[in-house]
Design a protein around this ligand. Structure first.
Ligand SMILES: Nc1ncnc2c1ncn2[C@@H]1O[C@H](COP(=O)(O)OP(=O)(O)OP(=O)(O)O)[C@@H](O)[C@H]1O
Ligand SMILES: [Mg+2]
Length: 350
């Protein structure tokens, strides 16, 4: 069989975000004759790079999720390495993280309409149902579990399409050490916090926490990060049902309660069944929300996201001091189209 080799060039357009795990960049993938495709580059875990065990686990997880192709999942195009640093080439999502969007709504004293919140959860549930049911080429289940379903890892495109990202990364970065749990504590299932075996039902729990967050604008589980005992606090697993708006639909509350059962046996036993329950809730009376409804709502609430001249960047550091409605904008949009030094070094000697 003939093999094709090509040295793909990427030109970084701008840094989107930088966090504990690495950085995310917007970049242009260059082909021949002026062909260009916008992609995202996610660098990962410089400090883990020398840990063989971690790298093996990381590559194993990346291979598991490499072929996930679903409209509600951010697609992975490539896993690569340069000078010992691992990076992913990902589908570029033109939009906003669910965290930034809800945070923006809360700061402008708004809560997302119930049906739109359920719509987002139902789409993410479909993406999860797809991943949870994947099998290998021999038909054996892959037992894929996301392990970090949280508002930071859900993005919504400006077209109103919800997408889940970072599949497998939390599981790869779990060290096995009692004191460290990889993932976002406020959204984690009790079994994950307790370092017991997790399966797809853990993702169902986390999605329940995300739905709670969208509907109430608050985390159902409060964790005081100024204390060192954050894991102990999370283990108590107190769900603040009083944060939920009083007028929440009763049937919806039943769905969320079932998602948030401490005992996985009492939750939905199939992610498709959950997706159906959420969809039934929004569509049982006829016409319900669509990606267009969600996009229009975003345009109304957060017009800056649609203003291409604004230089808006979905970066938490830059967006922290917001009050009122003007805001959430990177004042320096001049870095667009400038090449940023560090990532260029990644690609010049491949
Ligand atoms: N494929 C992508 N396309 C466009 N922007 C992205 C993409 N992936 C991530 N981002 C942006 O980068 C931000 C940071 O993502 P990243 O996954 O590094 O951090 P996080 O989810 O907040 O935390 P963690 O490091 O635990 O995953 C996201 O909030 C989002 O705004
Ligand atoms: Mg993430």
């Amino acid at each position: 069989m003939e093999k094709f080799f090509s040295k793909t060039d990427y030109r970084v357009v701008k840094k989107i975000a930088e966090g504990g795990m690495g950085a995310v960049y917007k970049a242009q993938q260059k082909g021949i004759a002026g062909f260009e495709k916008t992609v995202a580059i996610k660098t990962l875990l410089g400090h883990f790079a020398k840990n063989r065990q971690f790298i093996d686990r990381f590559v194993f997880e990346a291979k598991l999720v490499a072929n996930l192709v679903h409209e509600n999942i951010v697609q992975i195009y490539q896993l690569d390495r340069h000078k010992g640093e691992y990076f992913f080439i990902l589908e570029f999502v033109n939009g906003v993280s669910l965290f930034s969007f809800v945070d923006f709504l809360v700061r402008t004293k708004t809560l997302m309409p119930e049906k739109l919140a359920v719509f987002i959860a139902s789409r993410i549930a479909r993406g999860l149902a797809y991943a949870h049911s994947r099998c290998d080429t021999d038909g054996k289940p892959l037992f894929i579990v996301h392990c970090d379903v949280c508002p930071h890892n859900i993005m919504i495109t400006t077209e109103g399409l919800p997408k889940l990202t970072d599949f497998g990364i939390a599981r790869a970065t779990s060290t096995g050490d009692e004191k460290s749990v990889s993932g976002k504590l406020p959204f984690m299932s009790p079994e994950q916090i307790n370092r017991e075996n997790v399966d797809f039902r853990s993702d169902i729990y986390s999605l329940g926490m995300v739905l709670f967050y969208m509907l109430s604008g608050k985390n159902a589980r409060r964790i005081d990060i100024s204390n060192n005992d954050t894991i102990e606090q999370a283990k108590k697993n107190t769900i603040h049902w009083e944060f939920m708006p009083d007028d929440i639909d009763e049937e919806l509350l039943k769905i969320i309660t079932k998602m948030l059962e401490t005992d996985p046996e009492k939750r939905y036993q199939d992610t498709s069944e959950l997706s159906h329950a959420l969809e039934y809730h929004i569509y049982k009376d006829g016409y319900g929300p669509t990606i267009v409804t969600l996009s229009e709502y975003m345009r109304k609430q957060m017009p800056i996201l649609f203003d291409t001249s604004s230089g808006y960047t979905d970066d938490k550091e830059d967006n922290t001091d917001i009050s009122g409605k003007t805001i959430l904008m990177n004042p320096d949009s001049s870095n667009i189209d400038k090449t940023i030094k560090l990532p260029e070094e990644f690609f010049d000697e491949k």
